[in-house]
Design a protein around this ligand. Structure first.
Ligand SMILES: Cc1cc2nc3c(=O)[nH]c(=O)nc-3n(C[C@H](O)[C@H](O)[C@H](O)COP(=O)(O)O)c2cc1C
Length: 227
């Protein structure tokens, strides 16, 4: 599979089948993904993978914790800027509305929207869940490095015929994750990632998110010699 094909066919999948993913495949993806570049070769990513009964148990722990904290615990970092300005606010709104339209959940049905959001904490049914952490001492550059690693994971998944969804929704369970996965205090939970086979019959998976045109995010300066 060409890189361009992996990029074009990757999209966030929010309904997976129960078909298992072998541990060897998960290990292969993570091994290759770690070829991602990182400033100073720090390789600041740390991954906790849950498969089989471990995945189910983690999902149950969150379901239990939701009885006390229906919306999650306070996250350890701001997932979004506290005041999201334009054009980002509209982009976020549009992808959310497009997703809930496919799910046929109207704007005013807050309970149904929350229930769909809570499916994040079941890895949308995926058989493999990754929890990605980063050492608290790391700075912006290293967070970008972890992003590159994550993109590698998502593209390599495509090569195995798998799909994924990166999930910052997991950032609201730092306590539950720390307890269950024995994550040391020195690490922060960045995000989760669901990995598995897409349920091609699920309407939500038809979502095609928009992208801004090149001119909106690129400034090109080109000069001929002597100009
Ligand atoms: C770091 C990161 C965290 C994300 N967290 C969530 C999440 O918690 N739940 C979710 O449904 N989608 C999540 N997404 C998916 C984005 O909404 C999605 O990437 C964006 O809308 C573009 O759509 P696409 O991935 O299908 O191209 C996340 C994506 C990234 C990169």
């Amino acid at each position: 599979m060409h890189v361009a094909e992996a990029i074009a066919s990757r999209r966030s999948i929010r309904a997976f089948t129960a078909q298992p993913v072998p541990r060897a495949v998960v290990e292969d993806i993570l091994t290759r993904a770690a070829r991602a570049p990182s400033g100073g070769n720090l390789q600041p990513w740390r991954v906790y993978a849950v498969l089989g009964a471990a995945r189910d148990e983690l999902v149950r722990c969150v379901a239990e914790a939701r009885k006390r904290h229906p919306m999650g615990e306070p996250p350890e970092y701001h997932v979004y800027p506290p005041r999201l300005a334009e054009p980002w606010r509209t982009r976020r709104f549009r992808v959310g509305e497009a997703m809930y339209a496919l799910l046929a959940i109207p704007r005013d049905d807050k309970a149904a929207r929350l229930e769909h959001f809570a499916r994040n904490w079941e890895f949308f049914g995926a058989p493999v869940g990754l929890i990605v952490t980063i050492d608290r001492s790391m700075q912006q550059g290293q967070w970008a490095d972890v992003g590159m690693f994550l993109q590698n994971v998502m593209l390599l998944a495509r090569e195995h015929g798998l799909h994924s969804c990166a999930q910052e929704a997991w950032a609201v369970w730092p306590g539950v994750l720390r307890d269950y996965l024995a994550i040391p205090e020195s690490e922060m939970v960045f995000c989760g990632l669901a990995l598995g086979h897409a349920d091609e019959t699920a309407p939500v998976n038809a979502l095609e998110s928009e992208r801004a045109a090149l001119e909106e995010f690129v400034t090109i300066m080109e000069k001929a010699n002597g100009e």
